[in-house]
Design a binder for this molecule. Structure first.
Ligand SMILES: Nc1ncnc2c1ncn2[C@@H]1O[C@H](COP(=O)(O)OP(=O)(O)O)[C@@H](O)[C@H]1O
Ligand SMILES: O=C(OP(=O)(O)O)[C@H](O)COP(=O)(O)O
Length: 418
């Protein structure tokens, strides 16, 4: 396969899995309904099925490793019992869930696997060595993780390690980066698909390449803006949502007390100075909103940026901006979207998001989207089949497109060259 050379990662077809034990790292981390603790979207589970199926058809003994939630928000840190049920339903075979990650019960379950059987081990985030903040505290090299509880206990039981967790590729955790130090390693089918789609965006053979950066988690947007303009991945960036409001502040517009307070309270003002720098360096490549929407007496109203400031919160782009952005998207060769254009959850402020999605659906360009709310918003207004590729990742996708080498990809490339 061309991919394995292109990405420097072994493809799944490199190994003979028959009667071999495979540690399969998936990312089936799913949104959870707070009250019921039930899975809200099964998308990542669904997208992981082809790789499990591939290994099942080859009569492998499959032990799945996965995480759910994090210690930053204990609400989502739940056992993987429902994940096992959903996997089992989609594969049409029973899947045993063991609520133990790498202790005696998990080890016994892995050892007793028969060819064509699957076990899902406990939530990796039960282990302190696996929590997402750990990498920030200690920048460990994978080789220094070989004494962790997880690697010590599970690596000796396996013949192969397959990783299909691209959406967690930005995490420097043992379950992602340390197994490739010890086991023959391959990238799963979804991993190769994601790399292929994002590489296409980076190489953007079809010009112009237009990025839409909106939403509220604006550190993602600002993290990638400079890089994608510098390395030519993006020819044009259309800013909307809170990102658009910060760009307006950087341009010197006074957007009104309520809007400035929103930005200050979330410490997003740190992005104003970098935004000024990007606007000065790329004046023709970054587009800011021309008008915005607010609510008065229960009605949607719009205001041109020349008429600012305003007291009401600015929660969507206005009609003039929508028309201009839609026109640009119609002529794009490549399109990438991260973040909705407004507070689309409220009908009054859905126009920007809705019409941008409709313009993208009608556009001919190769389109890639990703991010939790981005995909939910797209699903609300268009058929996802209209999008060339819907990435399961958020943070990993943004970092990849920014040109950073992700810890997981680095570890898998190293394994390929060993
Ligand atoms: N102008 C705005 N002001 C406040 N919130 C906004 C604005 N525009 C969009 N949002 C909010 O941004 C959220 C999604 O942004 P984000 O989390 O960055 O997206 P994603 O999950 O796709 O990465 C939505 O809940 C939406 O209501
Ligand atoms: O959901 C994930 O990433 P995302 O929030 O960037 O989409 C991955 O499963 C990584 O999870 P984490 O952000 O808790 O490390």
């Amino acid at each position: 396969m061309a991919e394995k050379i292109e990405f420097g990662i072994r493809g799944m077809d490199e190994f003979d899995y028959r009667e071999k034990t495979v540690l399969l790292r998936l990312d089936i981390n799913s949104p959870i309904q707070r009250e019921t603790k039930k899975i809200v979207s099964e998308n990542r589970i669904k997208m992981s099925i082809p790789t499990v199926q591939y290994l099942l058809e080859r009569k492998a003994k499959i032990a799945i490793l996965a995480h759910q939630g994090d210690t930053l928000d204990y609400e989502n840190l739940i056992p993987l019992a429902e994940h096992a049920e959903k996997l089992s339903g989609k594969l049409g075979i029973p899947i045993q869930y063991i609520d133990d990650v790498a202790g005696p019960a998990a080890q016994a379950a892995v050892k007793s696997l028969k060819p064509g059987e699957v076990v899902l081990l406990g939530n990796l985030r039960y282990l302190t060595e696996e929590i997402s903040t750990f990498e920030n505290a200690v920048k460990l090299e994978p080789a220094a993780m070989l004494d962790t509880y997880l690697i010590r206990n599970l690596a000796p039981l396996a013949d192969y390690y397959v990783n299909d967790a691209f959406s967690a590729a930005h995490r420097n955790a043992p379950s992602l980066v340390a197994f490739p130090e010890l086991l023959p390693t391959a990238g799963g089918l979804l991993m190769m698909q994601e790399l292929s789609a994002l590489t296409k965006v980076m190489e953007c053979p079809d010009k112009p390449s237009v990025f839409v950066l909106g939403g509220a988690k604006i550190s993602d947007a600002f993290g990638m803006m400079k890089q994608v303009l510098e390395n030519g991945t993006a020819d044009m960036i259309l800013t909307a949502g809170v990102t658009g409001n910060v760009m307006l502040m950087a341009k010197g517009y006074s957007i009104g007390k309520a809007n400035e307070k929103f930005i200050m309270e979330r410490s997003l003002d740190v992005f104003i100075e970098p935004a000024k720098e990007y606007l000065a360096k790329y004046p023709d490549k970054i587009r800011i909103p021309l008008d915005l929407a607010y609510q008065k007496e229960g009605q949607r109203r719009e205001i041109s940026i020349e008429e600012l400031p305003i007291e009401e919160p600015l929660l969507d782009i206005g009609s003039k901006t929508i028309r201009a952005f839609a026109g640009t998207l119609g002529k794009a060769g490549t399109i990438f979207v991260n973040g909705p254009a407004g507070v689309y959850e409220n009908k009054i402020f859905e126009n920007g998001t809705k019409e941008i999605w409709q313009a993208i659906a009608a556009a001919k360009g190769y389109s890639v989207i990703g991010g939790g709310d981005t995909v939910s918003a797209a699903q609300k207004y268009i058929d996802l089949k209209e999008i060339s590729y819907v990435c399961t990742a958020g943070g990993a996708m943004v970092q990849f497109l920014s040109g950073r080498e992700l810890p997981l990809i680095k570890a898998m490339r190293k394994a390929y060259h060993q």
